[in-house]
Design a protein around this ligand. Structure first.
Ligand code: AMP
Length: 438
């Protein structure tokens, strides 16, 4: 038997319903915040991620899926969405609009060769958003608000917003030098990974999970204490706007995020809900003012975030999110071959009118068809036998009450729509909502 590749998952129909729910919230909240979708390819030139995400990041060093295509190009399956979005914005000159910042969102599969565990896969999915072309601290706050509103729309429990600032590019580089010097003096007490990491990527040492209670890291210099005046003013403004938007947050001086391109604000949304296990980060992001010029585009200060869809799903299910009960509007029960053939046109008509209809593909007895129909949880049964066919009528039976009515075929669609509306409104079929919908 050929099985799926390690670190990938099939999303089976029952679970796909939760995905669709998350995706509908993505579209809804993005629309409310006035963001538009931008879709980029799943693979890109390898160089994009080396230059965009950074050679020193774990992602590019150890986790990308790279291959040479038949035309000898070096290709990488995208490990994240921001570098492709900025590539697309530059290539398509989307920045040439007076409507800056450009506000776009994306969703889709990402690929990282990581050690698979609960909430961590090799093919996973992200929903992310980017606001490109403004350095206003209000945009940082707005992105955090957008992210928090999205999470709230899913009803995920125990969510915390964590915030930090890495300062502007030159502050960040100066701080990295300072941190590297400090870590050099304490290298013997760092974990093996950090022993290797601290030279190239000292920031990552700060949020090492192994060393999180290590006094060396607790006492290490923190980015917030080394901000330039301008970077500090930017951060203070972000905090002020978040307070004005009544967003609860806490400052986490060790928060750095894993990608090299961040400057100024970085943030994360965590939940300690049990179903997430060790992977408590739902998503995060930050400002990345240098990325566009790094990719040979114009200066485009930007802020973005990304959420892992698999983790959202775990959190959603752990928070007891209830999906609506699945049902179909009606099940056609046609008796005998001739009636079955005749009933297909009726089914077709109802379906084209937007009703959810199913029927039995086999010609079976009335009892057997009813039994089969029950599996689909229909609100109504449509019973069509020889007598009805001759009289040009059909019997409509309410599955909940057992009440049955004979209806002329010509009137079936209207009668059924009215009955279905009544079910949606839980009324007897003549309420104000029914009238309005009609
Ligand atoms: P990042 O792009 O690394 O900032 O990650 C943003 C979010 O994507 C994380 O908070 C996770 O929710 C999710 N994520 C990152 N890597 C993985 C992975 N290997 N498997 C599942 N989700 C992931």
């Amino acid at each position: 038997m050929i099985t799926k590749i390690k670190g990938t998952q099939d999303i089976l129909p029952e679970e796909a319903r939760f995905w669709q729910e998350i995706e509908s919230k993505i579209r809804l909240v993005s629309k409310i915040y006035n963001f538009q979708e931008l879709r980029t390819p799943i693979f890109e030139a390898t160089e994009l991620f080396h230059r965009g995400v950074g050679d020193t990041s774990d992602i590019v060093k150890k986790e990308t899926y790279d291959f040479q295509d038949r035309g000898d190009r070096m290709i990488t399956l995208r490990p994240e969405g921001t570098a492709p979005i900025i590539r697309s914005v530059i290539e398509n000159k989307l920045y040439a609009t007076p409507k800056l910042p450009l506000k776009v969102y994306y969703q889709g599969p990402m690929f990282r060769y990581e050690r698979p565990q609960k909430g961590r896969q090799r093919q996973f999915h992200q929903f992310g958003a980017e606001a490109i072309g403004s350095d206003s601290p209000l945009v940082d706050a707005e992105m955090i608000a957008y992210a928090a509103t999205f999470i709230a729309s899913l009803g995920i429990a125990n969510v915390k917003v964590k915030l930090n600032s890495l300062g502007d590019l030159s502050t960040k580089e100066a701080y990295k030098d300072k941190l590297r010097d400090y870590l050099e003096d304490h290298v013997s007490s760092l974990c093996p990974d950090c022993n290797r990491r601290y030279k190239e990527n000292p920031l990552r040492v700060l949020d090492c999970k192994v060393d999180k209670d290590n006094p060396v890291l607790i006492d290490a210099p923190k980015p917030l204490d080394h901000l330039s005046e301008a970077a500090k003013a930017h951060f203070d403004q972000v905090c002020k706007y978040l307070e004005a938007m009544q967003i609860d947050y806490s400052i986490d001086p060790t928060l750095v995020r894993g990608l090299d391109y961040y400057t100024h604000t970085v943030f994360e949304l965590d939940s300690d809900i049990e179903t997430l296990g060790a992977q408590s980060t739902l998503g995060g992001g930050g400002r990345y003012n240098g990325l566009s010029s790094q990719l040979e585009g114009p200066e485009l200060p930007a802020v973005g975030f990304a959420f892992g869809m698999e983790r959202l799903l775990l959190a959603l299910q752990g928070s007891g999110y209830k999906l609506e009960e699945e049902h179909i509007h009606a099940f056609m029960i046609a008796l005998g071959d001739e009636c079955k053939a005749e009933s297909l046109a009726i089914v077709d008509l109802l379906r084209h009118g937007g009703l959810i209809i199913d029927y039995d593909y086999d010609v079976r007895s009335l009892k057997a068809q009813f039994k089969h129909a029950e599996r689909f949880n229909p609100w109504f049964y449509l019973i069509f036998g020889e007598a009805e066919m001759k009289a040009n009528t059909i019997n409509v039976k309410d599955a909940a009450t057992g009440e049955q009515e004979t209806v002329e075929i010509d009137k079936l669609y209207n009668v059924l729509v009215k009955k279905i509306q009544a079910r949606y409104h839980s009324c007897s079929g003549n309420c104000e909502n029914c009238e309005e919908d009609c």
